[in-house]
Design a protein. Structure first.
Lengths: 262, 178
């Protein structure tokens, strides 16, 4: 074998390997999507319409620089729902995932488009886990508008539709795709949305305090990026913090271990 | 290969191809290039949240990451080649290595591997620079592909530069009296 062919082989080897891995990954995703989406077709996201008048910060010591593990453990599903966080799934599920996200975050979008539908189909619809969304606004002013608008959608029980719509139509950061005007246009595409109520809610920044409290908690918790997840037992115990657009198979390994008591 | 054949090859080969042939005629340099490219590709894939090691080893390529992934492979390969060639220059010639374009290209390649605003890098920029940090972090995220292309351009320049260094040192050596 001459040197030329060895060099060419070594240059193209990573490409070929990557291609094989890519094909494998795409196949896995395709299979999961095919099985998932068909069954999901008739399913509606369960919505939380319970919105409290006030919101108490999850961190009882807002001046504390670092939260204790106990602070994160206070995040029970019931408490989060009462505080106005959008929730999805069976309240008595043994495992809760709390997602801290930003609507302009590309990795959050990747999670929402790729992993969340599969988690929904495999674990949420089967009552094994429930999902809670909390805001971690880090990407600039349009992220704040989007977060507030999503809470307004939650008020009408349409948070998860709004979530899908925003992450499905993500544009470049702070380019105007998530401006107040466009957010209202997105909301108007959701069937049954009372636009007068929604517009008034957005214009009055009704849920700003919820967003501020969620974000402050995330910063104080030392979260290093978006999306960040807390996977914990239903009673808020045994929390595990995860960072990034975790693909479904990785999430599956974590969730299965958690469900089996790990 | 006879001396005549060798000089004929030298004359035929482009000044960009000949140094490549000289360096990668040795196994050790091929291995260095491969290891460097692989290491950079792994780091880049981790930063772009495509490669996971725990709790299972898993690589995936979502639609939004395909272009970036291809550019990361090109960057990794260029980086591996340039590192090998620079080591060759360092070991075999007396010329000083010019690393500005190499370091700027590889740093930019690494910086643009991730969604800056989503990661701790963005958090660091925002906490350090405040409102200007949001703009800077958005810039890094929004112009990820052009920045990666720029990093490839810088690495291509680094390759050109190191090739010229090798050719020039060869020319000088040829002119030296025996």
């Amino acid at each position: 074998m001459n040197h030329k062919s060895i060099i060419i082989g070594l240059i193209f080897l990573p490409m070929i390997l990557s291609l094989i891995i890519h094909i494998d990954a795409v196949t896995v995703l395709k299979v999961a999507k095919e099985t998932g989406q068909d069954e999901m077709a008739g399913m509606e996201h369960e919505e939380n319409t319970n919105v409290p008048n006030g919101f108490s910060p999850a961190n009882p010591h807002p001046n504390a620089s670092q939260p204790t593990n106990a602070t994160i453990q206070n995040f029970t599903y019931a408490r989060l729902k009462q505080e106005g966080s959008p929730v999805l799934g069976n309240p008595s599920s043994p495992i809760t995932i709390i997602q801290f996200g930003d609507f302009q975050c590309r990795f959050c979008g990747r999670f929402a488009r790729d992993s969340e539908p599969q988690i929904n189909q495999t674990y949420i619809q089967t009552g094994k886990i429930n999902l809670v969304f909390k805001h971690f606004v880090t990407h600039g002013p349009d992220s704040m508008s989007a977060a507030m608008a999503s809470q307004c959608a939650n008020e009408q029980g349409r948070f998860w539709k709004f979530y899908e719509l925003l992450y499905g139509n993500q544009g470049e950061e702070n380019s105007g795709w998530a401006s107040v005007v466009n957010l209202k246009k997105f909301a108007s595409r959701i069937q049954g949305m009372d636009m007068t109520k929604f517009n008034s809610c957005v214009d009055n920044q009704k849920y700003k305090s919820i967003i501020d409290n969620d974000t402050a908690f995330a910063y104080k918790s030392g979260f290093q990026g978006t999306p960040t997840f807390i996977v914990e037992k239903g009673d808020g115990s045994n929390p595990q913090v995860l960072l990034g657009a975790i693909p479904f198979p990785v999430f599956q390994a974590i969730l299965d271990k958690k469900i089996s008591g790990g | 290969m006879s001396r005549e054949n060798s000089s004929s090859t030298t004359r035929k080969s482009s000044p960009l191809v000949l140094p490549f042939k000289i360096v990668f005629s040795k196994w050790s340099y091929i291995l260095i290039a491969f290891a460097t490219a692989l290491a950079f590709w792994i780091v880049s894939s981790i930063l772009n949240q495509l490669l996971y090691f725990t709790p299972i080893v898993y690589f995936y390529l979502p639609e939004d990451a395909v272009v970036g992934f291809i550019l990361a492979i090109i960057t990794s390969l260029l980086l591996g080649i340039i590192v090998s060639m620079n080591i060759f220059v360092f070991k075999n010639t007396r010329t000083k290595i010019k690393t500005a374009s190499f370091f700027s290209g590889s740093t930019l390649g690494l910086l643009s591997s991730t969604c800056a605003s989503c990661s701790s890098l963005g958090f660091l920029i925002v906490s350090t620079l405040g409102a200007a940090g949001v703009t800077a972090s958005s810039f890094l995220s929004n112009y990820q592909i052009p920045l990666r292309l720029l990093s490839i351009g810088l690495l291509a320049w680094a390759y050109y530069s190191v090739s010229r260094q090798l050719m020039n040192s060869c020319a000088i050596n040829r002119k030296r009296p025996a």
